[in-house]
Design a protein around this ligand. Structure first.
Ligand code: GMT
Length: 422
């Protein structure tokens, strides 16, 4: 299959899902074209070599705005036999070597335009790719603006199908805003197939966007070979003393993630026991979070780190993950923590109850209930046995329900059904 995957490049869950899907599809023998404004955050050399993909030629291959799409290309990496075999073993597909190409969407560059016009240039890039590489299917990740761009390319009379995956804020927060409501509705209505990352999000799509159509629920997934506990005391000692608990929050520090609540919970934890916190990521509330850590007199115990594509290195040593979000359609980062053997305390919103089992793999408390989250955190951290049992249960659940072999075939089924026109 020739498939184009259109996604956001920034450090967000939708780009991560799109990248991992692209890698898996290439590993399964498909020809995959990733299209984004920059190389997606987690499409790194390190990730490629983890999967046994040779990457010497990975880089941007700009197309569009009059350039010959072939000109910049040639940056192809082939899936090695080993990695294909790995995916194959999982999904029992015939052995073929796939390839993955990255294409950079360029910005419109003309003095009349005051903005980059990315939805148009993305549609143009997709249209060029379809003609050049006989793309059969475009998979748009995040409705805004990608589903709209893909539909525009399809409506140029090109023979392709558009699958749209809704990730969360494109439906719950940004999509229904007056500035986007009509285009988001149109994109969801007219995609050939639509998937959502939780039942909660599918429900919200019907309710908030007022769109009645079939939506397949396909959860996020995690690679348990990559996200796993690291019990090496020497490695853990880089972050904390043996008697100190390690609490972690990872996000893009947007208001919807409520990172300040995570700090307030941690401030309560350090009143009761020795602990350190890792706050990882960048975003609008980062500076406020740094200031709050000072005000709460916990700054010496909190390390603020930049977002990293190899987040597993930090997660592997955590004792507790905090996700106090206002809205979370699934919570990929919580799943990654669970696979790393880390229990999660989160808010009971969106798709999080579909992921976290109350009292077994973590605790769910009402959004904004800092005291409740603090008590739940202490319940985990003050008993070694409870922390270990919940961590093990979290990892087991991640492996049983959310490993690639369970989730990825669902996307393949959607592609097959869509291409067959069902
Ligand atoms: O809102 C973000 O943090 C980023 C956003 C995205 O689309 O990049 O993440 C959403 O998609 C993830 C992958 O499907 C989900 O796991 C996240 O729960 C979801 N975020 C929200 O709903 C807030």
């Amino acid at each position: 299959m020739n498939i184009a995957i259109l996604c956001h490049a920034s450090a967000g869950g939708s780009g991560v899902v799109a990248t991992e899907l692209a890698l898996a599809l290439a590993g399964l023998g498909h020809r995959v074209h990733v299209v984004a404004t920059e190389r997606p955050f987690r499409l790194t050399e390190e990730r490629l070599s983890q999967l046994g993909l040779s990457s010497n030629l990975l880089g941007a291959s700009p197309i569009s705005m009059g350039q010959d799409p072939v000109g910049g290309l040639g940056r192809i990496f082939q899936a090695s036999k080993q990695s294909v075999a790995r995916w194959l073993g999982l999904l029992k597909r015939p052995l073929r070597a796939g390839s993955l190409h990255f294409h950079q969407i360029l910005s419109a560059d003309y003095p009349l335009f005051q903005e980059p016009l990315t939805p148009l240039t993305a549609a143009n890039s997709i249209a060029e790719l379809i003609e050049r590489f006989k793309i059969e299917l475009v998979h748009a990740h995040y409705a805004i603006p990608h589903a709209t761009s893909a539909i525009l390319a399809r409506d140029m009379g090109l023979d392709i199908k558009v699958v749209t995956t809704l990730h969360g804020t494109d439906v719950t927060l940004v999509g229904p805003e007056p500035a986007f409501a009509k285009t988001t509705q149109h994109a969801v209505r007219t995609s050939d197939a639509v998937t959502a990352v939780s039942h909660s999000l599918a429900h919200d799509t019907h309710r908030k966007l007022g769109v009645e159509r079939e939506i397949e629920v396909i959860y996020n997934w995690v690679d348990p070979e990559r996200f796993k506990p690291n019990r090496d005391p020497a490695y853990r000692a880089r972050f904390a003393q043996p008697e100190e608990a390690i609490v972690m929050h990872v996000s893009n520090f947007r208001a919807v993630k409520r990172p300040l609540d995570a700090l307030r919970v941690f401030a309560g934890i350090v009143e009761r026991m020795p602990a350190r916190m890792l706050m990882i990521g960048e975003g609008p509330l980062r500076q406020e979070a740094i200031e709050l850590a000072h005000d709460l007199e916990i700054a010496g115990r909190v390390q603020f780190l930049e977002s990293t594509p190899t987040i597993e290195k930090f997660m592997s040593v955590a004792d507790l993950f905090l996700l106090p979000s206002e809205q979370e359609s699934f919570g990929l980062v919580a799943l990654e923590a669970m696979a790393s053997g880390v229990p999660v305390v989160a808010s009971r919103v969106g798709g999080l109850p579909e992921l976290i089992e109350e009292g077994r793999t973590g605790f769910l408390r009402p959004m904004g209930d800092v005291q409740g989250m603090l008590e739940a955190s202490l319940e985990i951290l003050t008993s070694r046995t409870r922390r270990r049992n919940m961590g093990e249960a979290a990892r087991t659940r991640a492996i049983e329900r959310f490993r690639p072999e369970v989730v990825l075939p669902r996307y393949l089924e959607v592609y097959e059904k869509t291409l067959e026109g069902q």
